[in-house]
Design a protein around this ligand. Structure first.
Ligand SMILES: Nc1ncnc2c1ncn2[C@@H]1O[C@H](COP(=O)(O)OP(=O)(O)OP(=O)(O)O)[C@@H](O)[C@H]1O
Ligand SMILES: [Mg+2]
Length: 565
């Protein structure tokens, strides 16, 4: 019956017939014996595995035992290999120092003095094998423990990795949430500032209407040179004020836009001279225009203002010798990272980049807020970028700033793509000149008596008769009283009944009555029912007022006058 290598007994007795005899005895006793011819073979057999070794003492005398000693020393912790040393007669430990040395070298060794009885050899070898089997069992237990430990370690590692990844995800989610919250806060702040701004702009427009209207009235009289100059200065100041309120309204996205398909490449090219003179000679202007740029859906006048605004900002940020780059491109954007960026989608991009100072983190976060400026008093009002932002948002796009301190800034304006080619849009309808029936009567409705008075003055100067009303109710009363009224000029934003509601009530009574809206608060949302030809912006431009009234009173005539902007 072949037994496992681990159960065999190595017999090393190179001299005489001892090996054969010992092997014979062991085989007889049912123990597999394996004879080794020299020390080398013995060591190799030990490497392969064995249960015990029987060695004659003299085989180890005068031999180089280094390899054997190394093998014994290198045994794993569970192993203590049993040797049976066959000594010569009288060579017992007590009288034999060399045997003592061998005992120390071999470690687990039993001595058997020759000659011996075969059963003694078998019993000693069997005992050694039994001990060896215990060692095997210990090995298995150690291996089990090691496997268990490795498994545990792997579990711990896996669990640690899982926790780490959960932790990372959590951190990422927290980061995302914080980002979203701060974006929301920023958006809410812009919205709140927008509401405040539009309220201020509205009241301001009424004040400016009064100032400008009265100044214009006075300018019509006989004036000495000084008074005329003073009135001019007042008119200019009031007009500048009107421009500011216009910018404020642009930020709060309450302006009436006239979007149409625009080829931005053409816009940029047509502005080159203007840009160059704005920037001064020391700044190089580059244009990178995409050859097959999509048309953008945008108010053409407003986008020119945007480009000019951005170019002025760039100029102010640059020393002598900088360069300005105006670029156009078709882009597709992913999720926005900041509230001023547009929703995902395809856009026409226009960017204005400079090699100027760049913005600090603080300036960057506040740049779009109205009245935020780093420029000295009188140099900047802080409305430029807020106007850009307002226009882009109201047009259905967005903006984005890329900036690096000391390197430069790039402001990108994203505009919605028009699905009609530029120039295909309907031409601006020709407007009619005034000079029609001057005897017509205009009903002026405005809750602000000063505004009403100024308006009435202008209309009377134009030759119209005027009926005034301070509220929607009073206006309806005037109609019902049978007053002769040819046209109604309604303030849009009034307490109680607003202009649109009042118009509806009036039409119920006089379906053919022409109506115009006066507004400093061109709320694009609320005024959707009115076309541009029905809206007059406060503060009034006399020519515009005259032209629009005449056009309403005599719609069939088509003697054309181009309105100035
Ligand atoms: N290209 C730029 N490079 C560096 N900083 C800029 C740039 N554009 C804007 N800024 C910073 O953002 C601020 C706000 O710009 P914004 O155009 O809104 O107002 P402003 O230029 O100060 O005044 P306004 O445009 O009303 O005359 C600026 O004061 C400036 O600090
Ligand atoms: Mg500016």
């Amino acid at each position: 019956v072949p037994q496992a290598v681990s159960e065999r007994v190595l017999v090393f007795a190179p001299l005489g017939r001892d090996a054969v005899v010992a092997a014979g005895i062991l085989t007889e006793g049912g123990i597999e014996a394996c004879v080794c011819a020299d020390l080398g073979e013995l060591c190799e057999a030990l490497d392969e595995g064995a249960g015990a070794a029987v060695i004659v003492e003299e085989a180890l005398m005068n031999s180089d035992l280094a390899r054997l000693v190394r093998w014994i020393g290198d045994q794993p912790p569970w192993s203590d290999f049993p040797f049976v040393l066959l000594t010569l007669r009288g060579g017992g430990l007590e009288r034999n120092p060399s045997a003592g040395r061998l005992s120390a070298t071999l470690g687990n060794v039993s001595f058997l003095e020759r000659p011996f009885h075969p059963t003694t050899l078998i019993s000693i070898v069997s005992t050694a094998l039994r001990g060896r089997r215990r060692q095997y069992e210990a090995r298995e237990r150690i291996d089990d423990i090691r496997r268990g430990e490795a498994l545990l370690e792997r579990r711990v590692e896996e669990r640690t990795a899982e926790l780490a990844s959960a932790n990372r995800q959590l951190a990422a989610q927290i980061g995302e949430r914080e980002k979203a919250q701060s974006a929301l806060r920023q958006a809410q702040r812009l919205e709140a500032v927008g509401q405040l701004t539009s309220g201020v702009a509205h009241d301001f427009n009424n004040l400016l209407t009064v100032v400008l209207g009265n100044v214009r009235q006075l300018q019509k009289g006989q004036l000495d040179a000084t008074t005329a100059r003073r009135l001019d200065m007042m008119a200019q100041a009031a007009e500048r004020g009107a421009k500011l309120t216009h910018q404020m309204l642009a930020f709060s996205r309450r302006q009436k836009l006239e979007p149409k398909p625009v080829d931005l490449n053409e816009t940029v090219l047509s502005m080159r001279d203007l840009l160059q003179s704005t920037m001064g000679g020391s700044v190089a202007i580059k244009t990178l225009l995409h050859p097959s740029l999509w048309p953008a859906m945008i108010d053409p006048t407003q986008i020119e203002l945007v480009i000019l605004n951005l170019a002025i900002n760039a100029r102010d940020a640059m020393e002598v010798g900088g360069s300005l780059t105006v670029e156009t491109a078709n882009v597709t954007l992913g999720a926005p990272r900041r509230p001023e960026e547009p929703a995902p989608g395809a856009y026409v991009m226009l960017s204005v980049s400079d090699t100027g100072s760049g913005m600090s983190e603080e300036v960057f976060t506040k740049a779009f807020e109205p009245f935020f400026t780093t420029k000295e008093v009188g140099k900047g009002s802080g409305l430029g970028l807020s106007q850009v932002f307002g226009l882009a948002k109201q047009s259905g796009g967005g903006v984005r700033i890329d900036t690096a301190l000391g390197k430069g800034t790039s402001v990108k304006v994203y505009l919605p793509r028009a699905h009609m080619a530029a120039g295909q849009a309907t031409a601006v309808a020709p407007r009619l000149s005034h000079g029609g029936d001057k005897a017509a009567v205009v009903l002026v409705v405005d809750d602000d008596s000063a505004v009403r008075e100024v308006t009435a003055g202008i209309l009377q100067d134009l030759g119209y008769g005027v009926v005034e009303a301070g509220s929607g109710g009073a206006a309806l009363d005037a109609l019902e009283d049978g007053a002769i009224i040819d046209l109604a000029l309604l303030d849009f934003a009034m307490p109680g009944m607003n202009g649109a509601e009042l118009a509806r009530e009036m039409r119920a009574r006089r379906p053919d009555l022409p109506v115009l809206y006066a507004t400093g608060y061109a709320d694009a949302g609320a005024l959707t029912e009115a076309g541009d030809e029905e809206i007059i912006h406060k503060p009034f431009d006399d020519d515009e007022l005259a032209a629009k009234i005449a056009a309403k009173l005599h719609p069939q005539k088509d003697n054309v006058v181009r309105l100035r902007h």
